[in-house]
Design a protein around this ligand. Structure first.
Ligand code: BGC
Length: 742
């Protein structure tokens, strides 16, 4: 599972590059230097007079949002041939989960719990994007996301620091390859630094207040992990962190990132986040904003032009030292050298033929297959048997919509190139059964029930109703937060009506976030939660529905019963009065005029159970896995060594299937309180039916370390519980003890 560090530069080239950067820097005017710190938006397939002039004058270091290859080549040509120093451009794009081939949204990829799949998706994305001239992506987004109302949870790798950091390392490796200078490598970007996922109330761009201990133990570890393994760039968050917007936060960007972590790549602002320091009420005007962002540690300004307009005067009046400008420019130039742009910045047009080839599509299909999570499967209704079906009713607005299945941030995917469920089911059925399709609702948000009649009619005559419902793409992603995360529009009513027909319902849910499903769960026989699976949604879902593959995705985020439970995540602290079944029951049936302190007295609500609807790590299979014989090889270990733990996993069902074996620990007593469970290892295994295997984990005490009250990251001596199982409710338990080094 370990990911090799992404070498950005061949070690022998490193010194030579430094020399080249310094030689170039010496030739640059102040304006040219500031130009390197400015990223402008492209003109959408053309080069405007203004942009041409700006590049010629050395006022642009990078471009965002240009994807037309000829235009990109022309932009590079102007930079190289017509600007005084011939410095090539960084060409940035949000390649978040695919370029032409769209892979499952990042949250779905996280549900695969497969570093290999995540790396492959990023690698193909990099191939397709770099063949279009792009050399920089603004991914991975590694904000820990514990609020499903937040639209950007779709772009995240879920709620857990360990899962997130493990997959983030793979994603960076996929984008950047072994060397950044490889033809198909693109620079990755760790975003949004930091704490953005904790936006109050799950509302985008909102304030975050995160105690330093929580920040360091939960929100920062994924960033630290990929800083250490060589992510090429960082992006500062839009959000306000404990009263100081991240874009102007010198503690975060300088003290932590540069001084503590020794991170050496460039930091870019988010889109127009520099002038937004004025809106935050943190800067007086744009000049002050430029000063605050730059001084805090933002090297490059994205999209707006405060740096271009004000850095010169801020240097002239000695507010900003030229040495600081030079340092930032060096970081940008070094990246350009590492990417090999000085050797070749233009891209050959014929490389584009490669996009969406069979290999890319098969990786996309595999990723989609492995990321679908089976939440319910009463009476083993799934997989469906072709032989047992004469008529299949396919109902719902998302069954045949190539656009919506791609999800958020799929700028460069084409709807007509998507393979929909309906198409794939037709291909599956051939002549063996009939498929009848009705949308039921025009869109996922629609409240008109005009389409119900047709949907009910086809359901009545069908053996099974396969409903493809959920959220259309625009309901998640940036600035698309929801206060109510039930199925939108009249979808619950549609389920009611189909339920009344008595035809069994298999519900396939496409969505960019966890949804609250309590109101409909009893009315359907099976739920396959497929997120937004991308280009190959249809073939992946058809394979799962008909049993060519067994579902093996596991939730990377907790599914609450109701929004009132949020924030709800598995790695909670115990509190002094943890909830329990009997306390909940007492509270739930509290008598009228009961004495104030007589019932329950636990950290739970009166009106809803304290458990989630589906726990972190949960996901059913068509088979069944038994966990037995947990063994700790060395029950007493010293700090600095490993504990080895093994378990026997048996496939006791009737299908050959994959399972994600998960290891959780609890540090029973800490100098600061520790979560009741923490994921510390996982392995995806494949087991034939009837077979057993021993799965081993090796855990270094560094993995048990956490930030204490003095903000030192240390493992502490003490007793630990360890659980191994198929989700975060795993009960098979063992213990070990850690003692201080002698
Ligand atoms: C988003 C970033 C993104 C940037 C460029 C911003 O609105 O927050 O994540 O990289 O736009 O598109």
């Amino acid at each position: 599972m370990s990911v090799k560090s992404c070498q950005q530069l061949h070690p022998l080239d490193s010194l030579a590059t430094e020399a080249k950067v310094i030689t170039l820097l010496d030739k640059m005017t102040l304006d040219e230097k500031i130009g390197q710190l400015s990223q402008l938006s492209g003109d959408g397939g053309q080069v405007s007079k203004e942009l041409r002039k700006a590049i010629k004058q050395g006022q642009v270091g990078s471009i965002i949002n240009e994807v037309d290859l000829d235009t990109i080549n022309e932009l590079q040509r102007i930079a190289i041939k017509e600007s005084r120093l011939g410095i090539p451009l960084l060409i940035g794009r949000d390649v978040i989960h695919g370029f032409n081939t769209i892979f499952p949204i990042p949250l779905a990829q996280a549900a695969s719990w497969s570093p290999e799949i995540v790396e492959q998706c990023a690698q193909i994305s990099a191939i397709e994007a770099s063949n279009s001239g792009i050399n920089w992506t603004f991914a991975p987004m590694i904000d820990i996301a514990r609020d499903p109302r937040w639209g950007r949870i779709a772009e995240s790798l879920g709620e857990d620091p360990y899962l997130c950091k493990t997959l983030a390392k793979s994603m960076v490796k996929g984008f950047q390859g072994e060397y950044l200078s490889n033809t198909n490598s693109i620079a990755a970007c760790a975003k949004h630094f930091a704490g953005y996922g904790a936006s109050e109330g799950g509302k985008d761009y909102n304030t975050t207040n995160i105690a330093e201990n929580e920040l360091r133990n939960v929100y920062l570890p994924p960033f630290k992990a990929i800083a250490d393994t060589g992510v090429a760039t960082f992006m500062a968050s839009f959000s306000d962190l404990n009263g100081v917007p991240a874009t102007g936060n010198d503690w975060l960007l300088s003290d932590v990132l540069r001084d503590e972590w020794r991170y050496s790549g460039p930091v870019i602002s988010d889109w127009e986040a520099v002038p937004q320091l004025v809106t935050h009420g943190f800067a007086f005007d744009k000049s002050d904003a430029a000063n605050k962002a730059f001084t805090a540690g933002v090297d490059i300004e994205m999209a707006s032009n405060c740096y271009l307009s004000y850095l010169t005067s801020l240097v002239s009046n000695n507010t900003i030292a030229i040495k600081k400008i030079d340092d930032s420019v060096k970081r940008v130039l070094t990246l350009k050298f590492k990417l090999g742009l000085f050797e070749s910045a233009t891209t050959l047009p014929n490389n584009q033929n490669n996009a969406m080839n069979l290999q890319h599509l098969s990786i996309a299909k595999n990723a989609a297959t492995k990321s679908c999570v089976l939440l319910k499967n009463d009476n083993q209704i799934l997989p469906l048997s072709k032989l047992a079906i004469t008529n299949l009713a396919v109902i719902g607005p998302l069954a045949d919509d190539g656009y919506e299945q791609m999800g958020t941030w799929a700028f460069d995917g084409k709807a007509h190139q998507s393979h929909t469920c309906l198409n794939a089911l037709h291909a599956y059925a051939k002549d063996s059964f009939k498929i009848h399709h009705a949308v039921g609702l025009e869109t996922s948000r629609s409240n008109h029930n005009d389409g119900f009649y047709e949907a009910i009619a086809i359901a009545k005559n069908a053996d099974v109703a396969l409903m493809v419902l959920g959220e259309e793409a625009i309901l998640s992603g940036e600035a698309h937060c929801r206060a109510n995360i039930d199925l939108p529009g009249a979808q619950e009513d549609l389920i009611d009506e189909i339920h009344k027909t008595g035809t069994p319902i298999v519900l396939v849910i496409m969505a960019g976030r966890p949804l609250t499903l309590e109101k409909i769960i009893a009315k359907v026989d099976a739920i396959l939660f497929v997120w937004h699976p991308g280009t190959m949604a249809g073939p992946a879902i058809a394979d799962l529905v008909f049993g060519a593959e067994s579902p093996s995705g596991k939730l990377p985020v907790t599914f609450p019963r109701s929004v009132g439970q949020i924030p709800l995540y598995y790695a909670q602290k115990n509190s002094g009065r943890p909830p329990s079944e009997d306390k909940y029951l007492a509270l739930n049936s509290i008598p009228v005029r009961a004495p104030q302190t007589s019932f329950g007295m636990a950290a739970t609500y009166l009106d809803i159970h304290f458990s989630p609807l589906f726990a972190f790590g949960y996901g059913l299979s068509y088979s069944q896995f038994g966990y037995t014989n947990i063994k700790v090889m060395n029950k007493l270990i010293t700090i600095g060594s490993f504990v080895e733990i093994s378990v026997t996993v048996s496939n006791i069902g009737n299908f050959t299937a994959e399972e994600v074996v998960q290891l959780y620990i609890r540090d029973l007593v800490g100098s600061v309180t520790r979560p009741i469970k923490e994921l510390k290892g996982f392995q995806r295994i494949k087991l034939a039916k009837g077979k057993s295997t021993e799965v081993k984990f090796k855990l270094h005490t560094d993995e048990l370390a956490f930030y204490n009250r003095h903000m030192e990251c240390k493992a502490e001596a003490g007793h630990f519980n360890v659980w191994i199982g198929g989700d975060s409710n795993a009960t098979l338990q063992a213990e070990f003890e850690v003692t201080d080094e002698k």
